[in-house]
Write a protein that binds this ligand. Structure first.
Ligand code: FE2
Length: 148
């Protein structure tokens, strides 16, 4: 079994990042399986065999969807992008451009949230990788106090 999903030393990665990398690898594998079944279905002459493969491909759709949902729950900006792009009619590229703008707004909203809550950040029970690196504002808006 390979450990190719890591591009940084695994022992330096926090557990959340290792889980994220595993799920990205799983998402990739599910997408590959969908593609492989698509090719097999295109060339298989036996109807019963095609039915079995079509059923299996449906399982891969589900697996892909579950992996994707797990991942976007970890990345709010990713969810914003997908909400702008997926399950819509019309120009996919135009939806992508909208998604990029909305991602930037989401990032700004997160920054404002952190600035407003920074003196109480992180809340009890929440562990972030480096929250103080994100908060660059020198003044706590919520408590009207300079940062300590
Ligand atoms: Fe699968």
């Amino acid at each position: 079994m390979g450990f190719d999903q890591y591009h940084e030393p695994a022992n330096e990665l926090p557990p959340e990042t290792r889980t994220f990398a595993r799920m990205i690898a799983s998402l990739t594998e599910e997408a590959e399986a969908i593609g492989w079944y698509e090719q097999r279905l295109a060339v298989e002459p036996n109807a019963q065999a095609r039915a079995i493969m079509a059923n299996a491909q449906g399982e891969e759709f589900k697996h892909f969807g579950m992996d994707l949902e797990f991942l976007v729950r970890q990345k709010p900006k990713w969810r914003v992008a997908l909400q702008d792009i997926l399950f819509k009619q019309g120009d996919i590229v135009a939806h992508g451009e909208e998604a990029e703008e909305d991602e930037q707004q989401e990032g700004q909203a997160q920054q404002v949230f952190l600035e407003k809550t920074c003196c109480a950040w992180p809340p009890p029970g929440v562990r972030l990788h480096a929250p103080r690196q994100i908060v660059r504002d020198s003044h706590c808006v919520m408590r009207n106090l300079p940062h300590g």
